[in-house]
Write a protein that binds this ligand. Sequence first.
Ligand SMILES: NC(=O)C1=CN([C@@H]2O[C@H](COP(=O)(O)OP(=O)(O)OC[C@H]3O[C@@H](n4cnc5c(N)ncnc54)[C@H](O)[C@@H]3O)[C@@H](O)[C@H]2O)C=CC1
Ligand SMILES: O=C(O)[C@@H]1CCC=N1
Length: 264
Amino acid sequence: MKVAVIGAGTIGSAVAKALAEAGYQVTATRRHIEKVKWLEEAGVRLERDNRKASEEADIVIIAVKPNKVGKVLEEIREKVKDKIVISLAAGIPLKLLKEFAPEAKFVRAMPNIAVLVKESFTAYATQDLSEEEIETVEKLFSAFGKCLRIEEEYMDAITGLSGSGPAYVSVFLEAMMYGGLKVGLPRDIARLAAAQTLLGTAKLLLELGDHPAEIRDMVITPGGTTIDGIFELEEGKIRTAIMKAIDAATKKSKILSTRILNST
Ligand SMILES: NC(=O)C1=CN([C@@H]2O[C@H](COP(=O)(O)OP(=O)(O)OC[C@H]3O[C@@H](n4cnc5c(N)ncnc54)[C@H](O)[C@@H]3O)[C@@H](O)[C@H]2O)C=CC1
Ligand SMILES: O=C(O)[C@@H]1CCC=N1
């Protein structure tokens, strides 16, 4: 299966590399292609011409910034007739994608940067694909993590939660690490302890628990150490801050398409 990735920036390069490693024939484009020469080592072919890359591909993935999606789709419109086109852009609805290239079969997808370690959560929405084509795109998304088909109405919320999520989690991880430094741990030990704790807790939730509170309850020994830490977290309104972050990013995703529509 031949895949073209249009826009080999941060997420496009990660996707291109993961797909090449999974055995797809991948061509990636970017305006300054020399900046991603390293992709060739991963088996990705580099190409400057978006039209040529799209013409040769079975599936086209659009990984440019949201305000460039329209321009790129207009450029490759003739080359993606009846082809599956997967847009990774935040905030661009299927309806708007379709206006730029009416004869393509669109998937709106939101992965996250954990594509780099093949642990992305990729949610996607589509109205154009057959069951067989759904299987094809799910296999493709599975090359870099877990995927889930959702209704398009949830795509902005998913963007605010799991698309942007690694950025929030990295703030939390850094704070955990700094906490470790504050109480005298060497840097490398604090880093490993914070990261492995996050990984283990996520696994506990996915494999055992229905609700994070169950995990919290297992850790808190009455009169022990954890409850003193939790008391401080509650005073710092950490939950409110995280909920506000997801709310703000979701709202931004919602207004992106309005901005783009107004500027075209
Ligand atoms: N960075 C992330 O973690 C995620 C990003 N996204 C979405 O992916 C898209 C890209 O985001 P990033 O990778 O962060 O941005 P980026 O700026 O790193 O990558 C965009 C790339 O597109 C290239 N480009 C611009 N115009 C082009 C054209 N006409 N033809 C070919 N290439 C062109 C740029 O040179 C750049 O390398 C955005 O729409 C974003 O919403 C989605 C999920 C996660
Ligand atoms: O910050 C952004 O707009 C993109 C979309 C989700 C993650 N990064």
